[in-house]
Ligand binder design. Structure first.
Ligand SMILES: Nc1ncnc2c1ncn2[C@@H]1O[C@H](COP(=O)(O)OP(=O)(O)O)[C@@H](O)[C@H]1O
Ligand SMILES: [Mg+2]
Length: 301
């Protein structure tokens, strides 16, 4: 079994006023193992981005623990260690139009963090590093001097990926990295992420709002609904033996590649069920976890 790179324990991230909080993330726990891809899936507003942003410390968390490489991130105060966390954890964003400054060149975007982290000795070395990164994501050296607005959506997301790789991180949170791209380009970007993961031994938290592409990239999948993880398990287990009705509903929305079975596909709507205080996480099969009350779990199984 691989090592735990990241441990999230009872994470809560509330917004708004204490008397009327928006519980964006409401007590979730999961581990991410070194070298794996954990898919985090759920409809818009379920708390996926907030989870990612809390992990990279864009927020002061409301409660819980985030442990990276055995260290509790929120307890770390030394500048040197914070800098190291910033280097090790990177994020790729959904919208490559909004997340890249159009008035900066690809080279400038990619090399922004080089200086603070002392990653080059002179101008030549800096150019070489930029060139190597561009080539790693399927672009070429000559692209370094072009402005972000001159690239297509897919190319921009490649620049976003190069930027995320620029400091040699070990962990990348990809927040719906293909949702804004043409369907024809989505598979290319997923394949690129897979290739980079093999070459660089990267660990991914891959966020998506549906289960269609997640299947191809994830080793395990966590399903999020209303700030909670309602189901978590190996990708195969989630696909073949879903227990939570929300997971079943998400699965029923995935188109089948075979036209005959696609014609027979029936979408299962999810009827929101109120969960009372007795709901908890149940291990329904080895390493397959479902959130609910005892009675719900018995019914769903
Ligand atoms: N900075 C914020 N302030 C207030 N509410 C927020 C903030 N960020 C997210 N939310 C709310 O938290 C919930 C979860 O949002 P988000 O994490 O963006 O969901 P997802 O990424 O799954 O679509 C939503 O109801 C959203 O409106
Ligand atoms: Mg989001």
């Amino acid at each position: 079994m691989a090592n735990k790179l990241l441990e999230v324990k009872n994470l809560k991230q509330y917004f708004g006023s204490p008397s009327n909080p928006i519980k964006a993330v409401d007590g979730i726990s999961f581990d991410v193992y070194e070298g794996e891809t954990l898919g985090l899936v759920g409809e818009s507003g379920s708390g996926k981005s907030t989870t990612g942003r809390s992990i990279i410390r864009l927020y002061d968390i409301t409660d819980g623990e985030i442990i990276f490489k055995g260290k509790n991130i929120n307890a770390v105060k030394s500048r040197k260690e914070l800098k190291e966390f910033n280097r090790e954890m990177q994020m790729i964003f959904q919208d490559p139009y909004a997340s890249l400054n159009p008035r900066m060149t690809a080279g400038e975007i990619i090399s922004e963090g080089f200086e603070i982290h002392g990653l080059y000795k002179n101008k030549k070395e800096r150019q070489e590093r930029i060139g190597t990164l561009l080539e790693a994501v399927g672009l070429n050296k000559e692209h370094a001097n072009r402005y972000a607005h001159e690239f297509s959506g897919g190319q921009r997301q490649r620049i976003g990926i190069a930027r995320a790789l620029s400091l040699n991180p070990s962990f990348i949170i990809a927040d719906e990295p293909i949702s804004a791209l043409d369907v024809s380009i989505q598979a290319q970007v997923v394949n690129l992420l897979k290739k980079l993961q093999r070459e660089r031994n990267l660990t991914y938290l891959f966020i998506a709002h549906d289960l269609s592409m997640v299947k191809y990239i994830s080793d395990r999948i966590a399903v999020m609904y209303h700030g909670k993880i309602v189901e978590l398990g190996d990708a195969d287990e989630i696909y073949n033996n879903p227990i939570h009705p929300y997971t079943k509903s998400l699965l029923s929305a995935v188109p089948h590649p075979d036209p005959l079975s696609e014609r027979q596909r029936v979408r299962i709507p999810y009827e929101h069920e109120v969960v009372d205080g007795t709901a908890s996480v149940h291990e329904v099969a080895p390493k397959h976890y479902v959130y609910g009350t005892d009675a719900q779990i018995a019914k769903w199984k």
